[in-house]
Every structure is written in C-alpha cells, then in structure tokens.
Ligand binder design. Structure first.
Ligand code: ATP
Ligand code: MG
Length: 557
C-alpha cells in the first residue's frame, strides 16, 4: 500500500532501524478508538498508518476499544467502528480488544503501586486538586493525603471499589512529583469512582481507570511494540514511561507521536460532529455531507480513494492544514478510472422526434467506460420521445454554446444527430417540448451533408428510463476554517450544501445500480445510489463529487 516512489516517513525509518538493530523483533501496532462516536477522516489517517506499518513490516495491528469512560460510550459505536475499519480494507489481529478486558489486571496493578508506596487515595475535591496542582510556571503542593500508610490506602481503595464512597469523594493518584515541570507527572489520577454500568463489563465496576493508566498497560499486555498516537499526547509520554517502569508489565511498548489530520472546510472532532447530528444540521452520523467514514461511504467515496489520500498527505510531526481539494482529487481520480459511465438527465426537457415511428424502440449500445474494456457495454433504448437537460437547449445562442439550438443540429451521445425544428411552450411561456427531426444515417458517422454538429449532449429515453431523485451536495461549511479561534463552527454551515432534485431520468440500466457503486453520469459528475433512501424502482442518487473542481475556480475569480 506504500508507494515505492515516496520517501519513507519518520515512523517507517524508525521501525526499520528498530528491526535492523534488534531492538524489536516483531512489529505490533494498534488502533485505539474510544467508542463514543463514529470514525471520521482523521481516524482514517491513524488507521492507514497503524495497519499500514504492520502490513509493511510483516507485523500485526490490533483494534482496541479504549473504553475506560462508560459515561459517553455505547455498543452502537463499537459496531460502527468495526464496520468502518473493515470497509477501509484492513483486518485486525484476532478478536477486537477492549481496554475493559484488562480491568482486573489494571486493578491488580493499582494495588501493586499502593503496596510499593507509589499510589495513594486522595480526598481532595476536583476544585481543591486543581488548586494544589500548580501551573505551568509554579510547582504544585503535596496533597494533605499524600502520606497515608499503605494499609490505609489499601483499605480506602477497597472501599472505593466496593461502592462505599461517593463519586468525587476521592480518587486514586500515582505518587510521582508535585514539583515536576511536566504537569502530567504531578500525582495524576489513575482511578476514579463512577457509579455507572459499562457496555462491556456491566455492573462489575464502580471505579474506572484513567486513560493514562489504562493505555500503556494495555499496550504492554497486548505486546504492542510501537504505540502511535497524536501529538497532544507528547506531554503524557513521561507518565506513560513511568507507569511501564514501575509496574510488572509483560512487555515494554514505546509511544511515538505524529500530527493529526486537519482539513480545511471540515471539522474533525467527534464532539462537534455529534453536535451537527444532535442539532439536526445533518441527517445522522452517516449523512453524506459528514466527514465520517460512514457518511463518505454513503456519499460514494471508495476505500481506495481514502487510502490514497492518506498516502498522499504523508506522516509528519508538524501540524498543518490539508486542503480538502486533495481528498476531492483523490475520489475524482479513482472514479474517473474505475466508475462505469451512464447518462442521467437531471432537469428533463422533452424531445419529440417527428420523423421517428411512433411505438418503435431500438437498442443502441454504449461503452461502459472510455478505456476500460472490462466494464460491460450498456444498452440504451432509443425511441420517438427522449429527454435532454433543460440547459442543453436554447432558442437562440452565440457560437460558444455547443448544444442544441433552434434551427441547428446536435449529436446525442452514443446515438444520432438531431435537428431542432420547433418549440412548444406552455401558457407561462416556458419551453416544455422541442420538436426535432432525427438523421438516422448518423450512428457513428457524420451527416451526409457534411455539416457536423458542434456539440454532443446526453439524453435518456422518455418511455424506458428510471425515474429518480438526485441529491447534489456541496461542502458542508463555506468557511475554510470553521472551527478556528473565536468562530462558532455552526455559523459557517453552508446553506447551499444540499440541493434535492426530483423527477430526474436515468438510463434504464441504473435500475440495477447498487449502493456504493460509483457511476460517472456523463457531463454531470460522479454519483452513487443512496443506501438509506429510495427503492429499486425510484432510487435516490447522491452526487459524490463534480467532474471538475468548482471551488478552485471560485477561489481564482
Ligand atoms: P476526536 O478529537 O475526534 O474526539 P479522539 O482522538 O478523541 O478524536 P479517539 O477515538 O480517541 O478519538 O481516536 C482514536 C485514534 O485516532 C487515536 O489514536 C487518535 O490519535 C486518532 N485520531 C483521532 N483524530 C485524528 C486526526 N484528526 N488525525 C489523526 N489521527 C486521529
Ligand atoms: Mg481520544
């Protein structure tokens, strides 16, 4: 999956060195989502990195649910995360793992620290503890409970575990150094009371380990060699190492950090995505406008396009913002190469071919793809009445308009040349039909009179087509940095992010379109059938992406 031409990134170099110098014999990574939301494109970067490194170096990658906080986590998210990782094309090592699988062991290790005089039960309230913690400039102060005896701590921790203490009444803290320059080392909390059932362990526990206490120890239990996380955990690394050094863990994982993905015109924070869902700005986590993997899947993104995007953006240790145009390029490129072609008239205008026999239909053939011979040819029913796009006809036009004009010719794609003779209007003066004549001697060849039509337009049979709804999506936000300082990202929601068109007419073969299968609707963009709405008889098609980058044009204006 890594391209040969691209220089190796720092983690690839580091792992190669670890292997050649014998520091590590087997590469083991993990992807550790918290099951409190759906995966988004930022997670895809971490997935491609962790699974990609394991593949590249013949190792393994675990899927581990980092489920230490029962308050926000749910089984629904566990299932969605598994589906998304598999869909991206990765296979985790063995069964999916849970931090909660190790709650017994973590509890034992908490006792171990207490017995070693390296952890204590502290009764400071959250507010008081903040006060004692100090600041970046000032050292903290020791908690008045710091010097409790081992026996007292064991007894109190037992009470915490047995539910004899209230939430917030006390916590278990590692005894490290209240004067440490790194605040994470100032006696961090390792266990909290939370009288709450957990989606995996039920009512078994009313105390839960902190992220910091659980994460590294689970890495050690699973034999993870390289624990890769995002840069905000850099300051936690000394604590990660302190815990590994002070506990009898079965292996010695090491933590490495990389920069998270930031994308312009996009928010990738589960909290904000949840807000978009909860407040009804979108229709669920899998709304095709969402940067979630489930939304992108419904929209028509392919796993390969997302993996290629992650490959293109690379892996570094410095934060930067990636242009969402790169993601759009990646899907456009994939669909251009792989999507079968089809015709769909989005705003139909009726055409009657006055010299074509009534009741007659013939089958024309069109290639499935301009260069991919492996994609099957399509059958296009052709008859006396057809539809073309409203915008493909004008009564008068200048030379730049290469479509159908009254008194002129145009070629119907994969079919004949037609000539516009007469316009039919309704009482409001709107054009509702164009009467044309067809030159049946023009299939695959120029008209005999030598006058070549200037343009080629798409069309669909009026009697034999699929009536469908088309949803044209645009970027969810119209501001390049919707969550930059001071802004409320909800104010940046693009009011024109969705246009729904009904009564669109697609070529008959699209009755068999499967959700997620992308098509190029010739001249209109890339589309796929929606998996949530519509039926085989009346499908809904989502526009995945336009044929060209309309935003780049907008910006260059
Ligand atoms: P969010 O900010 O969306 O809540 P998170 O880090 O809290 O993200 P987790 O479920 O803990 O979400 O993330 C699982 C893994 O994915 C972590 O290793 C995390 O570092 C990584 N990850 C999350 N967001 C990004 C991102 N934008 N870019 C790269 N990796 C990310
Ligand atoms: Mg997290």
């Amino acid at each position: 999956m890594t391209s040969e031409s691209k220089p190796a990134h720092f983690l690839q170099n580091l792992i190669r060195e670890d292997l050649t110098e014998g520091r590590v014999t087997q590469i083991a990574t993990r992807f550790p989502p918290e099951p409190n939301g759906y995966l988004h494109i930022g997670h895809a970067k971490s997935i491609c990195l962790n699974f990609g490194l394991a593949q590249e170096f013949g190792g393994t990658c675990n899927l581990r649910f980092d489920d230490t906080n029962p308050a926000k986590e749910e089984e629904e998210f566990v299932d969605a995360i598994k589906r998304d990782v598999s869909w991206l094309g990765f296979e985790w090592n063995g069964e999916a793992k849970y931090s909660s699988d190790n709650f017994d062991q973590l509890y034992e290790w908490a006792l171990h620290l207490i017995k070693d005089g390296k952890a204590y039960v502290c009764d400071l309230s959250a507010e008081e503890a903040r006060h004692y913690r100090g600041t970046l400039k000032e050292p903290g102060k020791n908690s008045p409970f710091r010097d409790r005896s081992v026996e007292e701590n064991l007894a109190l921790f037992e009470k915490m575990r047995n539910g004899e203490m209230e939430e917030g009444q006390c916590s278990l803290r590692a005894k490290i150094d209240m004067a440490a320059p790194n605040i994470n080392l100032r006696d961090p909390i390792i266990y909290r009371i939370k009288k709450m059932a957990h989606h995996q362990t039920g009512d078994k526990w009313c105390i839960y380990p902190s992220y910091d206490f659980a994460h590294g120890q689970c890495d050690a239990i699973e034999g993870i060699s390289h624990s890769i996380c995002t840069l905000e955990f850099e300051d936690h690394k000394p604590l990660y190492d302190w815990l590994i050094e002070n506990l009898p863990v079965p292996s010695r994982p090491r933590q490495y950090e990389f920069a998270r993905l930031h994308l312009n015109y996009t928010v990738v924070s589960k909290r904000k995505l949840k807000q978009l869902v909860d407040e009804g700005h979108v229709d669920g986590w899998d709304d095709p406008r969402m940067p979630t993997l489930s939304g992108m899947r419904r929209r028509g993104f392919t796993p390969a396009s997302i993996r290629n995007f992650c490959e293109m953006i690379g892996v570094t240790r410095s934060d930067s913002v990636v242009d969402v145009g790169m993601l759009e390029y990646s899907i456009r490129d994939d669909l251009d190469k792989n999507a079968p072609r089809a015709m769909c008239v989005i705003e139909p205008l009726k055409i009657t071919l006055k010299n074509y026999p009534e009741g007659q239909e013939e089958m024309l053939s069109a290639p499935g793809h301009p260069v991919r011979d492996d994609l099957p040819a399509r059958e296009l029913p052709f008859g006396r009445t057809l539809y073309i796009e409203k915008e493909d006809f004008r009564e008068e036009a200048n030379k730049k308009y290469k479509r159908l004009v009254l008194g002129k010719k145009v070629r119907l794609r994969n079919a004949y040349v037609i000539f516009a003779e007469e316009v039919v209007k309704n009482d409001a003066g709107e054009i509702i039909e164009v009467i044309c004549s067809v030159d049946l001697d023009t299939l695959g060849k120029d008209p005999a009179d030598g006058v070549k039509p200037k343009g080629v337009i798409h069309w669909v049979s009026a009697d034999n087509n699929v009536d469908c709804e088309v949803r044209l999506y645009d970027r969810l936000f119209n501001d390049a940095a919707p969550d930059a300082g001071g802004k409320n990202f909800l104010d940046c929601v693009n009011p024109d992010n969705l246009q729904v068109l009904k009564g669109c007419k697609a070529e008959i073969g699209l009755a068999k379109a499967e959700p997620e299968q992308g098509y190029q609707f010739e001249r209109n963009g890339y589309f796929c059938r929606d998996s949530k709405y519509g039926s085989a008889e009346a499908p809904v098609f989502n526009r995945t992406i336009g044929l060209r980058d309309s935003w780049a044009k907008e910006q260059n204006k």
